[in-house]
Design a protein around this ligand. Structure first.
Ligand SMILES: NC(=O)c1ccc[n+]([C@@H]2O[C@H](COP(=O)([O-])OP(=O)(O)OC[C@H]3O[C@@H](n4cnc5c(N)ncnc54)[C@H](OP(=O)(O)O)[C@@H]3O)[C@@H](O)[C@H]2O)c1
Length: 288
């Protein structure tokens, strides 16, 4: 599931590269799945599935032995994911790989993380074998900062606190390993890149990368939340989520794990490599 999303789409490519049979689920099967073409050999099997439509899940899961479950954040996430787990259990799926979050705790200060805890509990109670991936912030999220970075500013509330980032392609490779290697399936994996860096350090690296001065402006949590709602037009629940996540990073300094190298036998992708690969959107318009 989530074959059009950040981790699911990267996983689709990892599985296709491994030659593993895969069915890509989406609510919009008429649209091309990013990175695939009609000429793909063997053709990618694409099927309609909406977690809000139980019948579509029963049809989509038929004949499948394993399920990758990554669901966009929303206020309905717990209801949707627990329904997916129930239907997967009833249709005979034998292993679920779920994308969760590091602070998946019942009393987490981050509402979405409390939701992930509830979903993980539901998964454990389902009796289906499962692997839980708990990645820190995706490097790919940083692309959403590009419009303000191109204006020379990064806004946040984390001060000098170090933050972990991971490239979605590494999450996908760990998911692919869990789906294809019995020795890896069944674990709970907290996933990070090789280093944790602060926003001021990120601003400094973007300054070097783009040749434009990028400065970090530290806001109070309420100021960031207001900015996200008024200027970035985020729904309130998402602005709350971003603010809560940043406050958690201040309360609990983030430290990289060695999980990616332990599981894959190679180091995780670096933030510098990611920024270099995606430098264009961070540059000011008209800059070389
Ligand atoms: N972003 C981060 O930094 C971060 C960090 C840690 C954990 N996480 C967790 O990662 C998860 C998100 O993963 P992601 O970024 O790969 O997802 P994403 O890019 O937000 O996309 C997720 C997918 O959800 C699917 N989806 C949404 N509603 C659906 C529904 N009703 N039925 C079926 N599919 C539905 C969409 O598929 P279609 O639109 O094609 O149907 C989309 O492909 C979240 O649970 C989040 O908490 C994220």
């Amino acid at each position: 599931m989530g074959a059009t999303g950040a981790t699911g789409n990267a996983l689709l490519h990892s599985l296709l590269t491994l030659g593993a049979p895969v069915r890509a689920l989406t609510r919009t099967p008429h649209k091309p799945i990013p990175g695939t073409t009609a000429a793909h050999q063997p053709p990618v099997e694409v099927q309609y599935a909406d977690a809000a439509d139980p019948r579509s899940l029963r049809t989509a899961f038929k004949g499948a032995s394993q399920l990758f479950l990554a669901m966009a954040n929303s206020p309905a996430q717990v209801e949707l994911e627990t329904r997916v787990i129930d239907i997967a259990a009833h249709t005979g799926i034998g292993h679920i790989v779920k994308v969760s979050t590091p602070a998946a705790e019942p009393d987490s200060p981050v509402a979405i993380s409390r939701g992930h805890h509830a979903i993980e509990e539901h998964l454990r109670a389902s009796g289906v074998a499962h692997t839980v991936l708990r990645p820190y912030a995706f490097m790919q999220n940083l692309l959403r900062l590009a419009p303000t970075v191109a204006q020379g500013i990064i806004l946040g509330t984390t001060g000098d606190a170090p933050c972990n980032y991971i490239d979605c392609r590494d999450i996908a490779d760990v998911a692919a390993a869990a789906l294809t290697s019995p020795g890896i399936a069944g674990g709970t994996y907290t996933l990070t890149g090789p280093e944790a860096i602060s926003y001021p350090e990120l601003a400094s690296r973007l300054t070097t990368l783009t040749g434009n001065q990028v400065r970090y402006v530290n806001l109070a949590p309420d100021e960031l939340r207001d900015h996200l709602i008024r200027n970035a037009h985020m729904p309130t629940w998402l602005a709350d989520h971003v603010t809560e996540i940043q406050q958690l990073a201040v309360a609990r300094p983030e430290i990289p794990t060695t999980t990616v190298i332990d599981v894959l036998g190679r180091p995780p992708r670096t933030l510098d490599a990611f920024l270099h690969e995606h430098h264009a959107p961070f540059r000011r318009q008209g800059a070389a």
